[in-house]
Design a binder for this molecule. Structure first.
Ligand SMILES: [Zn+2]
Length: 491
């Protein structure tokens, strides 16, 4: 029976945000040993997939350490050292092991370390040696480097955005390790990097859909295991940011290289069609009102203040436009504003109060809204995700409130979060299916949780730190030339 350690250190780092601290990880997701199994078993996550596959395949799973938190700025050295220390120590104590399966993101950055994942993999290698198989499922927003490829035995990026296949990739990584341990394969990997940044590109839409089809074709070739199109994370100022393709073959490095290069060429050929432009909030709301005349609900997603990409979550650009339009039977969520949530909890259900809503983090995402609100519902902010992406995972947004503001019910939370599904609304008694217009903060992940509810989707991209308008960022360390910042970049 194989003994395989499982764990996770993952973060999507937006270098344009303030630092991500140790406390942010500890408060969000910080599990040791058996806590990992009890949190993740049965959930649609990387670790959920590893546990499921490991138990089905008769593996002795050794849970070590798992931590993650909402995307934000560069991770402090203290947080990085503490997390790597926890993981390495737990792996050391778990020895002897046959293999290690560790969930990573790919776009993690810590102070002095532009490639967190290589740092983690190297620290694991230092304990387990160069020969032990190590596999890692990764987020397709990872900025993958040749160093990660050389340190790991197999890397498995999610193919879908929204990431509805995290569970499958975790399971695939585990099953892969067993094939390696049985001697069935001697895997070889290849990476192809493109001088290309792309904005949020859902995999159900073009051109990402066609690229995925190419990847799947390559995966069907004899001798191939996996071929993944990594979109990269563009909101990060490091030399390696950008699109990569990573291929895993059963033994032939040349085959992996052919696959990675062929898919990379297809991405490059479509570089222009990845670049999108969305309307400003007033126009997006006008479009939504028009569409809501026939079928509802219409969902408006605010791309540029997406807490799942480093947004502060308290931006008011879209909410201001919704209030100005005098909407009825509509909802907006979630707005990160612990002060207002607390004030509502103190005032109680049925109270009317004046608040300065949102806009507290910075001016970029909009000024606070001075409004009178009616406290309709108060909750503890605890629920479980229902979206195919992470279904079953527990969420705790702290004190939450449903504040009626004219015809818009605003859902206020005490933790920053991207809206992934209707659960944060439902918890406050709002059935989004009955709303006319629903405003939310997300670039694309909400599509998985709202696909059966939203009759139309309108995206808006006001100024913000997760905007698709990449020319609004001041890149200093990024390698140049790179498309679309440098139109003449070549591959
Ligand atoms: Zn992602």
């Amino acid at each position: 029976m194989s003994r395989i350690a499982i764990g996770e250190i993952s973060h999507e780092t937006n270098t344009f945000c303030p630092p991500t601290t140790l406390a942010m990880f500890v408060a969000r997701h910080w599990d040791r040993g058996e806590e990992i199994i009890s949190r993740e078993r049965g959930t649609r996550t990387y670790l959920g997939g590893m546990i499921d596959a490991g138990e089905r395949l008769g593996v002795t799973l050794v849970p070590t350490f798992a931590a993650s938190t909402e995307p934000w700025g560069t991770i402090t050295r203290e947080a990085y050292d503490t997390m790597v220390g926890e993981l390495v120590q737990a792996i050391q104590q778990a020895m002897p092991l046959d293999a290690v399966c560790v969930a990573l993101h790919g776009a993690g950055i810590a102070e002095g370390i532009t490639d967190l994942e290589s740092g983690v993999l190297e620290a694991i290698r230092n304990v387990v040696g160069g020969a032990m198989p190590i596999a890692a499922p990764l987020d397709l927003h990872g900025n993958i480097t040749p160093r990660m490829v050389s340190l790991a035995t197999g890397l498995f990026g999610v193919h879908e955005y929204p990431h509805t296949d995290s569970f499958e990739r975790g399971g695939e990584a585990m099953a892969f390790l067993l094939r390696v341990l049985r001697g069935e394969i001697t895997p070889a990997m290849a990476i192809e990097a493109l001088p290309l940044l792309i904005p949020a590109s859902p995999s159900a839409l073009e051109p990402a859909r066609t690229i995925n089809a190419f990847c799947h074709e390559w995966e069907q070739q004899p001798g191939m295991i996996d071929c993944a199109f990594f979109h990269g994370f563009s909101h990060t100022d490091i030399p390696e940011a950008g699109v990569t393709v990573v291929a895993v073959a059963e033994r032939e490095a040349a085959l992996a290289r052919r696959a990675a290069q062929a898919v990379a060429r297809e991405v490059w050929a479509r570089r222009e069609s990845f670049q999108v432009k969305f309307p400003q909030p007033a126009e997006a709301v006008a479009q939504a009102v028009n569409l809501a005349g026939s079928v509802t609900p219409v969902v408006i997603n605010e791309v540029s203040d997406n807490p799942g990409g480093g947004g502060p979550g308290d931006g008011t650009h879209l909410l201001r436009a919704m209030l100005a339009a005098g909407l009825s039977e509509s909802a907006f969520g979630t707005l990160y504003d612990p002060e207002v949530a607390d004030a509502a909890h103190r005032a109680g259900v049925g109270a009317t109060l004046r608040v300065r809503l949102g806009g507290k983090h910075d001016r970029l995402h909009g000024d606070p809204l001075d409004v009178e609100v009616y406290v309709k519902t108060l909750t503890d902010g605890r629920f479980k995700l229902s979206t195919p992406m992470g279904r079953g995972s527990p969420v705790n947004l702290g004190k939450m409130a449903r504040l009626a503001c004219g015809g818009v019910d605003v859902v206020v939370a005490s933790q920053r979060t991207q809206v992934l599904d209707p659960e944060p609304f439902l918890l406050q008694g709002i059935d989004v299916a009955r709303c006319r217009i629903v405003g939310l903060k997300s670039s694309a992940h909400f599509r998985a949780g709202f696909s059966r509810i939203a009759k139309h989707i309108v995206s808006t991209d006001p100024p913000g730190i997760s905007t698709s308008n990449l020319s609004s960022f001041q890149y200093r360390r990024l390698r140049r030339p790179i498309y679309p910042l440098d139109r003449g970049a070549t591959y």
